[in-house]
Design a protein around this ligand. Structure first.
Ligand code: HEM
Length: 180
């Protein structure tokens, strides 16, 4: 979090508001977002597909009308795609061209192909705007319980996936020094 806040302070300047035009100038914040969506894709099995005809894929025969799920959650944690796949390491995306816009199949929180998420341009802006603003405007604190909640990576699986035990973090208005 400290690295992301430092980058925001340098690019936006303390006391200034986060604006959309800054997103492209914040590679670390973008890497944090990719790393978050890699480990925690909100729609882990994407949207189900139906095979329109019989086909063979990687040696598996898939009969016509089979309902197929793509496990984006497992792909994001695959050791063949990522070194130390279970570690949260935004740095892995710095200087990398891997993106979530459907061209890199190891990172597909928005799906890929013809039915890729139609809202990517909006989601991309909103995710960075919200996270960037929250980090830039506040300092964040967690108590002892919160520290345990961070370590607790259990999830509640469903159409969308979320943390089983929500994290309680306390925003603190940045100190005067931080705002000048
Ligand atoms: C974090 C935010 C979002 C995530 C993770 C997400 C994820 C997804 C996923 C995984 C799919 C299915 C893609 C596939 O099966 O290949 C999808 C489809 C879709 N999403 Fe999103 N989405 C997000 C935000 C949005 C927003 C903001 C909008 C609209 C304003 C939107 C509109 C759509 C639409 C219309 C489809 C259906 C596309 C089609 O079937 O042709 N999404 N989204």
């Amino acid at each position: 979090m400290a690295k992301a806040k430092d980058e925001l302070a340098q690019v936006i300047g303390k006391g200034n508001k986060f604006e959309e035009r800054y997103i492209d100038k914040l590679p670390y914040l973008q890497a944090v977002m990719k790393e978050t969506l890699r480990l925690h894709p909100p729609i882990p099995f994407l949207v189900p597909r139906r095979a329109m005809q019989e086909t063979t894929f990687m040696g598996y025969r898939i009969p016509k009308d089979t309902q197929l799920f793509v496990n984006a959650w497992a792909i994001g944690r695959d050791a063949e795609c990522y070194e130390d796949p279970l570690l949260f390491k935004p740095e892995r995306f710095l200087g990398s061209s891997v993106d979530y816009k459907g061209q890199n199949y190891e990172l597909i929180p928005f799906g890929a192909g013809r039915r890729i998420c139609a809202g990517i341009p909006l989601a991309h802006r909103m995710l960075h705007l919200v996270l960037g603003s929250l980090l830039h405007e506040f300092d964040w604190e967690v108590d002892e319980i919160g520290r345990n909640e961070i370590k607790d990576d259990r999830e509640r699986m469903g159409v969308t996936v979320r943390k089983l035990v929500p994290l309680k973090a306390m925003p603190r208005k940045c100190s005067t020094e931080c705002l000048n």
